[in-house]
Design a protein around this ligand. Structure first.
Ligand code: ATP
Length: 928
């Protein structure tokens, strides 16, 4: 009874979330009966995948009287919970009843609908509860002919640690934390030592235990300021069926994997190495296991399947390539802003469907097992009665116990009707409202152990107040409080960096209002507003469509999502005495490209050393990865104790540390248009930082010149730029001086360097670095020679600016002399040749030490003109310039003034545009 079983894969796409709707998202996913198609919102390129099942749950549904999401019309295409169960849940159940091991895995980006499919929300029950219900129905129907036993266990894997919260074996004894061990046994394979299995009699009992597990998990996550979507949840049902002479035994694994976007690594190689040991390696390892198995199924030679590299792959070994019938549900967001994540989920799923398992019916003779079962039964009965006793005792003792939403005892009902209380608000909406803490009359310290030092509540004369304890961080409605503060119904509290609660006042104050609007995003938006970052609605938009700007909105949501993580990182830095501060920034808010178009905005994290004032700027992906490592370090420190022999990691493995790198401080735009008319331009351009602040003023010049570097006179000015076509053109960029460097104002042991790119040349040019001076003289001149001016190059001059990037150097560099590249900045080459429309452009770089003695300037590299095709005799153009009629010279002078003013105005306009918030949109961000 064995055979090859391919892993079955289902894809499900959910409705737009409110956030996506607000952002005016477009749906980029479409589905046929078995196909799923995704479109790249930028290139419109379409990719189609084929899976065993495709569930369209995006549109075409309504909510019926019972609160169930059902198709708008009978037979409609919307896939509701019951139709998903019909295929997937039923298959798992039938396999288990036949004696096969069965696994159901949910994979997808955070918020894409894994929990909705697996557990469900409210009346829309997901696969797990329905499966339990149907399992026990089957047990009931067959109980006359077959003896059944069902065991339940539940565990969570977070940061490579196994946490079981309630299902710990009594034989294991108390542990000091750090999770349970995963051991290996020849017969059992990998298993969790000390994980208790609970015998179950009904689906309702399993549901209760799941709720209890989820509740305890939420409380634990609240204690650790952690998010449950970063952990994997594994529910295991073991089914024993004793039928006449045969015993069948099967294991059902139901796995809600952590949000998949965390498998991304940051950009730099050094980081990838460092993060190779990270906690979030579990999803990467799972991906590697899936890839190796998929390769093996395609007949490729695979030497090693890396099951041992992470806890989740150890425990899922039978499910992946082993003795199990496995189904994976890949969940997708439909929105264009999630395109990358959705595509990567589809690719993951594509690989998973190639995996071949070998499932066998697990059956054996009864006699021997019956004996075992009897003994186990007796043991379990004793345990069950002990548990029941403990449960009774716990509920009578606890006055501030955690309350589950679905089932309230009479005592809990009375408490709710009598006292004000606070309610936890979680990032995962399903876990919000799970913790209720009642504030009884008198003064009570905050009852959760981790926050004991945080705040005290009083409930006197029908007035509730909160007082921070010993300068602990307590926020009420987004504002930090330092003294006793009165609380009002529906006030929002944040204790520490990220424990979020809604205050529910006395019963008389409560109306029939909807509390659900105070979700996690609401709390974070309020905090962001206190930091000067608002998102709010304007009445109308300039485009008349009333649509918010999706890119700004996406950045805003990224910002509020990262805020608690940044707060946690700061808290860890403080407790571990790392001396670094993290701060969120919005990159490119005021930046534009060489044509003046806005650059895509993104979140960055500025890291500052409190002592040395050194600065690093991390990408979002890098920060998220580092945050995992910080948590790991923090937990090690907590487990091992800072004072007792705990050694901090060496610097190169310290997630708080990084080697120094040049920092991009801002850019200035020097418009090139004057060169198309051979007009000399002298400009003071403003270097604007990522958020629009003035970082420095740069004195520059663009000088049309002769091949020998002599500036051309006014006679050479052209009225029609097309006269340059096919001719040789020489010009110099002069970087004279930098003034008012803010970077130097903050710390004097710093330097700066200017870099820029010209036209389509692949590499950047850099001026020598200058140090310790707020107004340094740069004295740098670069000469460019275009051998044959093409239309393309002329267009470039007329529509583009030279973007001059200002780089901040700190504490690690000696002055760079111009030929060797500065640390971390790409190499600068003195001579380039590029084929352009079958003609050649040559750019040679000349450097001068004294600007005034240009004629004495020697080229560092001479370009062998004779070997370059398309070379024009250089003198001809010079002669032509000097032979222009004098009336043209008059006109040229006027033109010069005109273009000079135009460049200045363009600069001013750009500055205004960068500094002003974008009005006229229905949503906008406002920055302090
Ligand atoms: N098929 C669906 N129909 C209706 N609503 C859905 C569906 N799938 C998901 N949702 C809604 O989308 C939201 C996010 O879903 P869910 O919490 O299941 O995501 P998740 O992938 O489990 O996230 P996390 O990784 O944070 O746990 C929820 O509010 C849920 O109600």
């Amino acid at each position: 009874m064995s055979g090859k079983d391919r892993v079955k894969v289902a894809v499900r796409v959910r409705p737009f979330s409110k956030r996506e709707e607000d952002a005016g998202s477009r749906c980029v996913v479409s589905m046929g009966p078995n196909t799923t198609t995704i479109m790249d919102p930028r290139s419109q390129q379409v990719r189609t995948f084929t899976f065993d099942y495709s569930y369209w749950s995006h549109s075409g549904f309504l909510r019926n009287k019972e609160g169930l999401f059902v198709p708008e019309e009978p037979g409609g295409r919307y896939a509701d919970q019951s139709s998903v169960f019909q295929d997937l849940g039923q298959a798992i159940l039938e396999n288990a009843l036949q004696g096969y091991n069965a696994t159901l895995l949910a994979y997808g980006q955070t918020g894409s609908g894994k929990s909705y499919s697996m557990v469900g929300y409210g009346p829309n029950k997901g696969l797990v509860p329905t499966l339990c219900e149907r399992l026990f129905q089957a047990v009931k129907v067959n109980q006359d002919t077959c003896q059944f036993q069902v065991f339940f266990s539940m565990l969570e894997i977070y940061n490579e640690q196994v946490n079981i919260h309630i299902f710990k074996s009594e034989t294991l004894g108390p542990r000091s934390g750090g999770g349970l061990k995963v051991r290996e046994d020849q017969q059992r394979g990998f298993y969790v030592e000390g994980l208790r299995r609970v015998a179950c009699k009904s689906g309702a009992q399993v549901e209760r235990m799941m709720e209890q597990g989820t509740r305890t998990r939420t409380t634990a996550a609240t204690h650790l300021n952690a998010s449950s979507s970063r952990s994997h949840m594994l529910i295991t049902l073991q089914l024993k069926q004793v039928l006449l002479l045969i015993t069948k035994e099967s294991t059902i694994n139901l796995v809600d994997l952590a949000g998949s976007e965390r498998q991304r690594t940051s950009g730099s190689e050094a980081d990838r190495l460092k993060e190779g040991t990270a906690i979030n390696l579990s999803l990467t390892t799972l991906g590697n296991v899936i890839s190796s198995l998929a390769d093996a199924a395609l007949g490729k030679r695979v030497v090693h399947i890396p099951y041992r590299d992470s806890v989740i792959t150890k425990l899922l070994q039978p499910a992946l390539g082993g003795n199990s019938r496995t189904i994976m549900v890949a969940t997708l967001s439909p929105a264009d802003m999630c395109y990358e994540e959705s595509l990567s989920t589809l690719r993951y799923a594509e690989r998973a469907k190639r995996i071949q398992n070998r499932a066998v019916v697990n059956e054996s003779p009864t006699e021997h097992l019956l004996k075992e079962l009897k003994a186990e039964n007796a043991k379990l009965l004793t345990r069950l009665s002990r548990l029941a006793d403990e449960g009774r005792q716990a509920s009578s003792e606890s006055s501030t116990a955690l309350r589950s939403r679905p089932q309230l005892t009479p005592l809990q009902e009375t408490m709710i009707q009598t006292f004000p209380y606070i309610l936890n608000v979680n990032e995962d909406p399903q876990l919000s409202g799970v913790v209720k803490l009642f504030i009884q009359e008198g003064r009570c310290p905050f009852p959760l152990s981790i926050q004991e030092k945080h705040a005290a509540f009083t409930n006197l004369d029908r007035q509730v107040t909160i007082t921070p304890v010993s300068q602990a961080k307590v926020t009420v409605n987004g504002s930090l409080i330092s003294s006793r503060t009165e609380l009002h119904h529906l006030d929002r509290l944040i204790l520490g960096s990220n424990s979020t609660y809604l205050f529910i006042g006395f019963p008389l104050e409560r109306n029939a209002e909807d509390w659900s609007r105070y979700d996690y995003d609401y709390f974070q938006s309020e905090l962001a507003a206190a930091e000067g970052i608002h998102i709010h609605s304007l009445c109308s938009s300039s485009d008349g469509r009333g649509q918010p700007d999706p890119s700004l909105l996406a950045v805003f949501y990224d910002y509020i999502k990262l805020m608690p993580m940044v707060a946690e990182a700061n808290q860890m830095s403080q407790e571990l005495r790392k001396g670094v501060q993290f701060k969120l920034e919005i990159k490119n808010l005021a930046m534009s490209d060489s044509m003046g178009h806005d650059l895509e905005k993104e979140i960055a994290i500025r890291v500052t050393s409190e002592e040395t004032k050194q600065v690093w700027v991390w990408s979002k992906a890098k920060f998220v990865n580092r945050k995992f490592l910080m948590e790991e370090l923090y937990q090690q420190q907590v487990a091992e104790g800072a004072g007792s022999g705990w050694a901090p990691p060496p610097r190169d493995r310290d997630p708080f540390w990084d080697p120094l790198e040049p920092l991009h401080l801002g850019s200035a735009h020097l418009w090139l248009q004057s060169l198309a008319f051979r007009i000399r331009l002298e400009e003071q351009v403003e270097v604007l930082g990522p958020e629009g602040s003035e970082e420095a003023i740069l004195q520059t010049q663009l000088v049309p010149c002769s091949p020998a570097g002599l500036p051309l006179g006014e006679d050479a000015i052209l009225i029609d730029p097309t006269e340059l076509l096919d001719k040789r053109q020489d010009f110099q960029l002069v970087l004279e001086r930098c003034c008012g460097l803010r970077w130097l104002k903050e710390a004097r042991d710093r330097g700066v360097q200017i870099g820029f790119r010209m036209y389509t040349l692949p590499q950047a040019f850099y001026a020598p670095s200058v140090w310790h001076n707020m107004n340094p003289v740069l004295d740098h001149r670069v000469q460019f020679t275009v051998m044959k001016t093409s239309q393309d190059f002329l267009n470039y001059l007329q529509t583009n600016a030279l973007v001059l990037d200002l780089w901040g150097l700190q504490g690690m560099l000696n002055s760079w002399t111009g030929l060797s590249p500065p640390l971390g900045l790409p190499n600068a080459r003195p001579c380039y040749r590029l084929p352009l429309s079958k003609k050649w452009i040559i750019i040679s770089v000349l450097c001068s030490s004294r600007l005034r003695s240009v004629s004495a300037m020697a080229p560092l590299f001479t370009v062998p003109l004779s070997v370059v095709p398309g070379v024009e005799p250089s003198r001809r153009s010079e002669r032509r310039g000097s032979l222009r009629p004098s009336c043209d010279a008059e006109f040229a002078r006027a033109l010069k003034v005109f273009y000079h003013s135009m460049t200045t105005i363009r600069g001013q306009l750009q500055k205004l545009r960068c500094n002003k918030p974008k009005v006229g949109r229905s949503w906008h961000l406002q920055f302090k």
